[in-house]
Design a protein around this ligand. Structure first.
Ligand SMILES: [Zn+2]
Ligand SMILES: [Zn+2]
Length: 255
């Protein structure tokens, strides 16, 4: 059984064939998924999905790219949603220095506000990091995010950064890039970090694994991520599947 810790089944890309996508996920052994909402539209859609399907859970947060659009009412809304038993984490939140829609200082403020909220409502956090390793680590430290811990989603950093995150009570989640031939760092991370802190995800519809790179991604393909990690660690696929599923359930408080 597999646990895909980061899906965007709430994205427009799945409007046409969601049922088939879910059927293929089940056939591939995907037992549970966390649907991530990161703005008004995608959060509302995630909430609908978790009401409809018992094997879907949600993470709700505000994306750093859109930090400039977040108002206080949104933070209050996130707090309200956190009492829904199927909302298992806050996020994705973090820093994204690739896109310049939201200035860095605004991204940082919005990130800190969400970490504080997570500590208040006692939920783990899902971190989105693009080109911002050191600032992310510094803010997590300053805000004492270890109290709630959470996930470094689609982790692309070095083994050293991964270890810093582990020390702060975070899990490392690997996605499609670990299967790319030229992706040295995710492969090293897959080999080096303790198995009990490792998670898998698709981040679908984005970042489809090899040999589907560039195509629409979907949860069934998380199997390829698990297979790649098994190969890198010279372990059985079943062991990776079982352990990453157990890790995710424990982190999200699901039994
Ligand atoms: Zn992300
Ligand atoms: Zn995402």
């Amino acid at each position: 059984m597999l646990f895909d810790t980061h899906v965007h089944l709430n994205a427009d890309q799945f409007d046409e064939d969601l049922e088939e996508v879910i059927t293929r996920a089940k056939e591939a052994g995907v037992e549970t998924m966390v649907v991530v909402g990161f703005d008004e539209k995608t959060i509302n859609r995630a909430l609908k999905l978790i009401d409809t399907y018992d094997f879907l859970y949600a993470a709700v947060g505000w994306h750093p790219v859109d930090a400039i659009d977040m108002e206080d009412k949104h933070l209050d809304w996130l707090e309200e949603l956190s009492s829904n038993p199927k909302v298992v984490a806050l996020g994705e939140m973090g820093l994204d220095y690739h896109w310049d829609k939201s200035p860095k200082d605004i991204q940082k403020v919005v990130f800190r506000k969400q970490i504080r909220l997570a500590k208040k409502v006692k939920l783990p956090i899902v971190i989105h990091n693009r080109d911002a390793d050191q600032d992310i680590v510094n803010i997590l430290k300053e805000e004492e995010a270890h109290e709630v811990g959470g996930i470094m989603h689609c982790f692309g950093g070095s083994v050293e950064i991964a270890q810093e995150c582990l020390r702060m009570n975070f899990h490392i989640s690997l996605g499609g890039p670990v299967t790319f031939k030229n992706a040295k760092r995710p492969k090293q991370v897959a080999q080096e970090i303790p198995l009990d802190r490792l998670l898998i995800e698709t981040d679908c519809p984005y970042l489809a694994p090899h040999p589907f790179r560039g195509k629409r991604n979907e949860p069934a393909l998380v199997k390829l991520v698990a297979e790649q990690i098994a190969e890198l660690r010279e372990m059985e696929y079943e062991q990776i599947a079982e352990q990453t599923t157990a890790n995710a359930k424990k982190l999200f408080g699901l039994s």
